[in-house]
Design a protein around this ligand. Structure first.
Ligand code: HEC
Length: 151
């Protein structure tokens, strides 16, 4: 009698701890990860163009088209935009993993963020500053990203 109960309790505990833990990105952690970007990028109300463009409303934006950064983009970045690159969870994830692999001649001198979890949190953090960004499924192609719903 004792044993099955204990097993049930254990199974419940596993179910409770593992599932939700990975579901939600952590915005606080994302903010910390953004420190890596702050030397060159700012975000939020008082954001100013620095070495890199302001990252407000980057979701849904075509690469290389921030008007305040016009004339400063690399040819490579603008070409990507002309080819149709739009920033969203998926494209930011690829770019931030290894910028120079995703866009060979980008001017962005940043090695990349290797840890998937860090990128996920960072991207969720960035998204807060793109209030007009629609959920990936809304109007464009059906989301080819992850299964989790866009928040
Ligand atoms: C050493 C400076 C530097 C760092 C660090 C840096 N960036 Fe950049 N970033 C740039 C520059 C410069 C560009 C423009 C690149 C180009 O034109 O090729 C850019 C472009 C971008 C773009 C494309 C914007 C657009 O308008 O198309 C995004 C998105 C971006 N950076 C995000 C980030 C994030 C997130 C981080 C931190 C993980 C980061 N960057 C770190 C300098 C930097």
């Amino acid at each position: 009698m004792k044993k099955p109960l204990a097993q049930l309790a254990l199974a419940t505990m596993i179910a409770l701890t593992s599932a939700p833990a990975m579901a939600d990105a952590d915005l606080k952690k994302g903010k910390k990860v953004f420190k890596k970007c702050r030397a060159c990028h700012t975000i939020g109300e008082d954001a100013k163009t620095k070495i890199g463009p302001i990252l407000n409303n980057v979701f849904g934006a075509t690469a290389g088209t921030n008007a305040e950064f016009a004339g400063k983009y690399s040819k490579a970045m603008m070409k990507k935009g002309e080819e149709g690159l739009v920033w969203n969870e998926e494209t930011l994830n690829e770019f931030l993993k290894k910028p120079k692999k995703f866009i060979k001649k980008t001017k962005m001198a940043f090695a990349g963020i290797k840890k998937d979890g860090q990128r996920e949190n960072l991207i969720a953090f960035l998204k807060q500053y793109s209030p007009d960004a629609k959920p990936a499924e809304a109007d464009e192609k059906p989301a080819e990203t992850e299964e989790k719903p866009a928040e």
